[in-house]
Each structure stands twice: as C-alpha cells, then as structure tokens.
Design a binder for this molecule. Sequence first.
Ligand code: TXA
Ligand code: MG
Length: 321
Amino acid sequence: MTTALTHAHTASASPAAIAEGGHLLRDGRLVAFPTETVYGLGGDATNDRAVAAIFEAKGRPSFNPLIVHVADAADIEALVMVDDRARAVIARFWPGPLTLVLPRANNSPVSLLASAGLDTIAVRMPDHPIARALIRAAARPIAAPSANRSGAVSPTLAEHVAESLGARVGLILDGGPCRVGVESTVLDLSGERPALLRPGGVPVEALEQALGATLIRPTDHADAPKSPGMLASHYAPSVAVRLNATHAAPGEALLALGPTEGTLNLSPSGDLEEAAANLFAMLRALDRPEFTGIAIMPIPEHGLGLAINDRLRRAAAPRPA
Ligand code: TXA
Ligand code: MG
C-alpha cells in the first residue's frame, strides 16, 4: 500500500490499513475513521499544521474547537485537569458517545488551534475498535470533527466521507455504518455547574442521574453560545427543511416517524434510537434537487429525540447569506 497518495482511498480497516493510518497521522496527514457516533476526520491534535489542515478540509467558516480523541481514559491526564465529577461520568460512560470539556492541563501538548484558543479542551474515548486501534497506532491524541464539509450533514458511512471530503483526506478507513448515528453529547465540566453544550448519544437524563445534578441546558444560556458548534444552521442539507409536518406538500419529500408511509421512515415503530441511527443517512438521501424540500414529522422531545430535534432545528434554521 502506498503512502504517497494524491487522492483519498478508502480501505477496509485491516491491520495494515490501520498501521498506514497511524503513519499518516504522525506525518501530519488526515485520516477519516469510524466511531460509534459518526465518522471523524482525524489529525494529530498536538500538531498545529495538522489541525489547520482539518479546518481547511472542512471548509469551516470559523475555528470551532475540536474534540480530542484518546484510546484510553488514562491518556487524558496529560491533556486536561480531571476532577471527581469527570471521573464519575468516565467510569460510567467511557468508552462511549460522551465528550467532556475540561480545563487545559499545564504543559498540555494539545494544539491551541484544536481548542480554538479556549482554556478548555474537549476530550472523548470513542467506543469503536478501529478508532482506538488507529489512535494507538498514531501514539498521540487525535483531533477529529465529523468528517464532512462544514454545514453538511455528518457522515455515518465511509461513502459519505468520500463524497464530502474526497481528495482532502489521505486515507478513509471503512468500518461500515456507525451504530449510534448522532454525535457525542458534549458536557462542560470546566465550570462550577455541569452544563450541556450539545445533546447527543448519551441521554441527558442518564448524565444527570450519574452526576446527581441538573445540567445547565443550552437554552439557559442561549444568548452566549459557549459551544460554537451550537450555532444555528450548522447541520443544513441544501434543500429546505420543514419541521413538525403532518404530510408532504406537492414536490416535498416526507421523512416519516412511526407507522406512516413516507418517502423514507426514520423508524416505523417510532424507536428513537433507530431514528437517530438513520437520521443523517436519510436526510442525505432526501437532499436532492428533484425535491422542493424535506418535510419532517414531529419527533418526541425526550431521550435521543432531543439530539434529533437539535439537529433538525439547525437544519431548518434560516441560512446565513
Ligand atoms: O461524536 C462526535 O463527537 C464526533 C466524532 C467524530 O467523535 N465529533 C464531532 O466533532 O462531532 P465536531 O467538531 O463536529 O463537534 C465538536 C463539538 C462542537 O459543538 C464544539 O463547539 C464542541 O464540541 N467543543 C469542542 N471543544 C470545545 C470546548 N473547548 N469548549 C466548548 N465546546 C467545545
Ligand atoms: Mg460536525
């Protein structure tokens, strides 16, 4: 297998491909890899150039802070300051779809660009053997946003990454479909009170139970979005999106939930975990010029429905000019 790549190639994640991925990452190149949530666009989190290459590849309008991924929970000790609250949720939810925002450690090797200049760093241990094997092969923390161009829906298949980022990535490791299908929950433990910055794969209710505390919710501090990823219209298909639809208008596609005929159905049985796993792939499948828009049926506002509605509200938000 060659490492002098001019175009991305997609490889099934054999040990040889993972080893090549580790080599590319140490070289400052980008490698897309599967996690249990969505595919990540990985770069060496300790290398500013590699991190800049991530923003470049994503075409982000600004430097949103990135999540730094580790293979073992103990590996965050050198990066961030870990308190008892963090230890409690780590013991319960890692590896898994939970990202923790913690104060940057003294002498943390993480690129400041990766944290967009903040004095905090977001860290996560993904629950995916290919992700962890790749991070181990790189032997350094890996910064990885979702592996899509900025503003596009997050990729849950290797083919989505190839479509969205193509030649901008050195290597795409194919691990099949992502199990969870929505991004990790982002929990800010850098302040006195724990705050939810982004709903995601770990339900808020489970976090509140583990912490024995109510989380500050995004709506509680909506006028000062601490997580730039929370900005409206971050997850937008190119056709218009209409929420809480009961049926499709002429020309619209209908994305259904529950026992209804739709153009596509997130979950005929109304299972919100199944709906989350299908969400991005179905939005992408319906994001076609032959439709005037995508009409989406109401999603219950509990459990993973919170994360789904969060993404959908963003997809339906007015677009920046
Ligand atoms: O499931 C996931 O989290 C995926 C996979 C690849 O791990 N990654 C992902 O990364 O969704 P990204 O870059 O698309 O989203 C990172 C989120 C954003 O909302 C960002 O603003 C927030 O984490 N974030 C990162 N660092 C932060 C920090 N220091 N303070 C506050 N928010 C932060
Ligand atoms: Mg993203």
